[in-house]
Every structure is written in C-alpha cells, then in structure tokens.
Design a binder for this molecule. Structure first.
Ligand SMILES: C[S@@+](CC[C@H](N)C(=O)[O-])C[C@H]1O[C@@H](n2cnc3c(N)ncnc32)[C@H](O)[C@@H]1O
Length: 325
C-alpha cells in the first residue's frame, strides 16, 4: 500500500506556484530571460511537469545534501529549499552577480547556514568545483546533484567526472535538458539554438555504457526527453581521478569516433533554410544536366557500336563535344 504524501506546492495556475515561504513563476520559454525575480516572485526556469517530477520522485526520501549547477534567477534554489528543507543546498553558477531576490529569501527565512549560492564557478573547472564542494559540504557525501547549467557536452561531462565521486551510494545525479539537439519544432531550425556547440547526447550514451560495464558504479540510467537520471550503484567507489572513458568497457569497439563535434567548424554559421533550399535546387539541376549527358553519351556509344568505319567521324565529334560538356 502506498501512502500519498500531501503536496506542499500550491499551483495557482500552470505557471504560478505558491510555496510555503515564497512564490515562484515557472516559465520555460524566452520570457525567462526578460522577466526578473523579485522577493515576491522568483523566476523558475522549469516546466510544471519537471517540478512535478522533482516533487514525486523524492517525496518518500527527501535529499538532505544537494548540489545544484545553474542558479539563473534563483527559482530552482527556492523550489528545492521549499520542497525538501535540506540540511545543505549548495548551488553554483558561472555568473558572477548574486541574485538579490534569492539573497532576500535566504535572509527572510533565516537559511544562511543551509542554503548556499556560490557565484563565479564554471562547472567545467574541476579545481573550482572541488573547492566549493569541500568548503561548503565538507566530507559527507551528496544525496542529489542537479546539473541545470550550460547543457553542452564537454562542460556537462567534465562536471559529471568531478562531482560523481562525491555522490553517495544510491544517490541521484540529474542532468536537465540534455535533449535540445533532438527536440522537435523550432529547436531544429538553423542547426538548433547552439549550432557550434556539441550537445550532451554522447554523454547519455557514455552513461549507458558505464551502467552496463560497471553496475556497481551506476545502477541505472533513466532517460526522458528532458532528463538523464543516473542512480549511483551501491558497491563501487571512485576517486578524484574518475575518468568516464576509462571506466566503461567496449570489447575493443569504437562507439564515439565521430559526433563529439558539432557539424560546423568554429565560427562557421549554420546555413539558413533559404540557402539550404537553393543548394538542393542547384543539386537537382546539376543532376538533370548529368542525366541528359549520360543519355546523349549512351546514344553516341550505341551509334559507334553499330557504325561502319567510314561513318565514324560524325559520332566521334559529337562524343568529344559531349565530353567537353
Ligand atoms: C537554465 S539556467 C538554470 C535555471 C535554474 N536552474 C532554474 O531552474 O530556474 C542555466 C544557468 O547555468 C549557468 N551556466 C551556464 N554555463 C555554466 C557553466 N559553465 N558553469 C556553471 N554555470 C553555468 C547560467 O549562468 C545560467 O544561470
């Protein structure tokens, strides 16, 4: 028998969310960039479905020690603080400017000891990440890591290699919004939103390979359109030198030979839809011209085969003309 845990989140509509100690506006579109957090309402860059996932997934066993990558306008820090009242919630962001509305929430709720935003930290900088973890979290391991930072392959992978060793056995590592290169609609236009950046797709593949190779390290990898959810195994231990590619096995096969890089070179612009259509049109015309040449050549060759030596010169001239093209 499952006991339903009553929700502490009160949705006023599909976007406005009243938590016990703060209000959030959940927006997962361009408005998140123009709207600003205020002490009365902080901006949360998550869909309602994503919020529901966090609420239900951890309702029975709320994480006590959490690391989040990607503070943005403070909404997710407030959400996790409200949902789980963790003993320690450390959040990092590459942005250097603190978020005043988040600072105000922490002050008003007297959470300075437990909710710890740290700015100016690049998730790909292993030394900086380790330093934050050891100074803000000490020696006890993490229950949950949420990477909602830059969403590019190298940085996401680097953060995983750095932070995974600090996760407890059975702990959860979430990578949000990994699937942007595959989402339908406008995400597919012009090479996607970041045409010159590799997407985290191959990290999903590497994590799947790690799960199959080392179930003691990674017990399960769940993939949904918006999330990669990694559950750490209960047996394996890794040190600070944890390297993904050294941890999975491939029976000598090469799976990641290509595809790390974006199809574009650095600085190269993705072609517009119009340019693509024009290129296809030109290719079709070229194909038609080539077909006509082949047909003509075919006729000439037939004529040559069936001709008498004294009639050869005319087809030969035609053949030369056709080859000059
Ligand atoms: C999608 S927003 C985070 C949204 C927030 N978690 C929420 O749900 O409201 C991504 C954030 O990651 C930060 N970011 C981008 N690249 C980063 C990096 N390399 N290291 C750390 N943070 C990064 C950005 O500054 C931005 O604030």
């Amino acid at each position: 028998m499952t006991t339903e845990v009553p929700s502490i989140l009160n949705w006023l509509d599909d976007e406005r969310l009243a938590c016990p100690r703060a209000n959030l506006l959940a927006v997962f579109d361009d408005r998140s960039h123009t709207l600003q957090s205020t002490p009365d309402e902080l901006i949360l860059m998550k869909s309602r479905g994503m919020v529901d996932w966090y609420e239900t997934s951890f309702a029975a066993d709320p994480p006590r020690r959490v690391l989040e990558i990607g503070i943005f306008k403070g909404g997710s820090v407030v959400l996790f603080s409200e949902l789980w009242r963790p003993e320690r919630l450390v959040a990092v962001d590459i942005a250097v400017e603190p978020v005043p509305a988040l600072a105000e929430y922490i002050r008003r709720c007297d959470l300075a000891e437990s909710v710890r935003p740290v700015f100016g930290i690049d998730q790909a900088d292993a030394a900086a990440m380790r330093s934050v973890i050891s100074s803000e979290l000490g020696a006890a391991p993490l229950d949950l890591v949420v990477d909602d930072g830059c969403h590019f392959y190298e940085e996401t992978r680097a953060a995983f290699e750095t932070v995974f060793p600090f996760l407890r056995h059975g702990g959860i590592y979430v990578i949000e919004d990994w699937g942007w290169a595959h989402w339908p609609g406008a995400w597919q236009d012009n090479g996607g939103p970041w045409p010159d950046k590799p997407a985290p797709t191959l990290l999903a593949l590497e994590l799947a390979m790690l799960c199959a190779s080392r179930a003691d390290l990674v017990e399960a990898v769940e993939i949904t359109p918006g999330l990669i959810v990694v559950r750490k195994g209960v047996g394996g231990t890794v040190g600070a030198d944890f390297a993904l590619s050294a941890a999975y096995l491939t029976a000598g096969r090469v799976f990641l030979e290509e595809g790390f890089a974006s199809p574009l070179r650095a600085g190269e612009q993705a072609p517009s839809r119009r340019e693509l259509e024009q290129t296809i049109l030109n290719a079709e015309r070229e194909l038609q011209r080539s077909r006509a040449t082949v047909t003509e050549l075919d006729g000439v060759i037939r004529a040559l085969r069936s001709s008498q030596s004294w009639r050869l010169t005319a087809p030969l001239r035609r053949l030369r003309r056709a080859l000059r093209g």
